[in-house]
Design a protein around this ligand. Structure first.
Ligand SMILES: NC(=O)c1ccc[n+]([C@@H]2O[C@H](COP(=O)([O-])OP(=O)(O)OC[C@H]3O[C@@H](n4cnc5c(N)ncnc54)[C@H](OP(=O)(O)O)[C@@H]3O)[C@@H](O)[C@H]2O)c1
Length: 365
């Protein structure tokens, strides 16, 4: 095995809200419950460019999603649920842009041993990297915040669809939406979604039972009329009025409903059906088990530990790996944008400029 170096290359935030490849970044030192992963592939998320442009102070390693090979196992392995060991292929996510020693756009990344997905042999590194932010967010939103029943940990094929378990995935062609459709379908849900017409085949193929054009002003009313019992939704855009569209799509006859949103709750959406439809914000970084602040919001120890324990069902307990190995999920549709750290900034510009539709931008390291 090659020795682990003391320094590495990484994409790091600079003083002027840009980021560049630094060549002398210390290789992260894992704490006793963490592993060190040699990164082999990245998938890109809107949060990466938002951290560069807005959130990250200088000196933070950028990047959340990764896949790669474990090069140092957790020192306190006996305290972990997971049994990942040196040489295993894993994927996961960290809060890139928040720390000087914890970001995925680097040659090595450290992360909690219980928070990685063991990749089945049939899942290649690029596809594996898509599970990060998008997959974990979909799992947290659907099964923790909306409290849908989890997919089976033992079934080896997709279950029958249960028409009584309905969920709306607003904006199903997004990276989070694609994962949400697949996971909800694996849980036996009847999935209603929206997307541009060019992506209708994609979302149907991922398991949606019905798809509508989100740009058609009649869509919320159409969905609400067809599904008077629809009470749960995940809004995968959550800005520019989509929260209200999701609220208006829920059935008129429900006495309680919930829309989970990925960005700040919008006041006009909250005002639409007060006391009936709750809007709940979810933020995936809470699953990482570290108390932190984000803008004006603070997330304390109790919440981050509860959210970590929940996502461990998908990571350390193996639900993501099982669903992948049995072909019940297959990750995002890929868009390959080259390789190496130098290719990351131009690839992130595609996301920022809205030039990505129904695809996940991935790069090999
Ligand atoms: N809170 C959290 O923890 C969390 C986690 C993950 C993501 N996010 C946020 O969630 C958002 C989505 O992230 P992502 O990575 O899933 O997105 P993405 O894949 O980059 O989104 C691209 C897709 O957005 C769709 N889209 C654009 N405008 C739309 C609209 N007005 N209505 C419906 N769909 C629209 C497009 O669909 P068509 O091509 O079909 O038109 C396109 O396929 C971002 O703002 C991200 O920062 C938050």
């Amino acid at each position: 095995m090659t020795a682990i170096p003391t320094t590495m290359k990484a994409l790091v935030s600079d003083a002027d809200h840009t980021a560049s490849v630094h060549t002398d970044v210390p290789v992260p030192k894992p704490s006793p419950d963490e592993i060190l992963v040699r990164v082999e592939a990245w998938s890109l998320n809107p949060t990466d460019w938002k951290h560069i442009k807005v959130v990250a102070p200088p000196g933070q390693i950028i990047g959340c999603d990764f896949s790669g090979t474990v090069v140092a196992a957790a020192a306190a392995a006996g305290n972990q649920k997971s049994s990942v060991k040196v040489g295993d292929r894993v994927a996961g996510m960290v809060h890139g842009g928040k720390y000087t020693d914890r970001g995925s756009f680097a040659e090595y990344v450290k992360t909690d041993a219980d928070l990685v997905v063991s990749l089945p042999p049939a899942v290649d590194s690029l596809t594996g990297a898509t599970v990060g932010i998008a997959g974990y967010t979909a799992a947290q939103a659907l099964f923790q915040r909306l409290a849908l029943e989890l997919p089976s940990a033992s079934a080896t094929s997709l279950p029958a669809v249960d028409g009584a378990k309905k969920v709306l995935v607003w904006a199903g062609s997004t990276a989070v939406g694609q994962w949400a459709i697949q996971l909800a379908r694996a849980a036996g849900c009847y999935v209603v979604t929206t997307a541009s017409p060019r992506n209708h085949d994609l979302v149907r193929d991922m398991g949606a039972a019905e798809v509508y054009d989100y740009a058609d002003a009649a869509t919320p009313q159409t969905i609400a009329s067809k599904h008077p019992d629809l009470r749960l939704a995940l809004d995968c855009i959550s800005e520019r009025g989509t929260q209200s569209l999701a609220v208006r799509s829920l059935g008129a006859s429900i006495d309680s409903g919930k829309v989970v949103v990925l960005l700040k709750p919008e006041a006009d959406a909250q005002a639409l059906r007060p006391g009936v439809v709750a809007i709940e914000h979810t933020l995936i970084y809470t699953c990482l088990g570290h108390a932190f602040s984000y803008g004006k919001a603070a997330f304390g120890e109790a919440q981050v530990q509860a959210d970590k324990a929940f996502i461990e069902r998908f990571t350390a307990d193996g639900l993501f790996a099982h669903l992948w190995a049995t072909g019940q999920v297959r990750g995002n549709r890929l868009r390959r944008e080259g390789s190496g750290l130098d290719a990351l900034v131009p690839a992130l510009a595609l996301l920022e400029q809205g030039k990505v539709s129904g695809e996940k931008v991935v790069l090999s390291a």
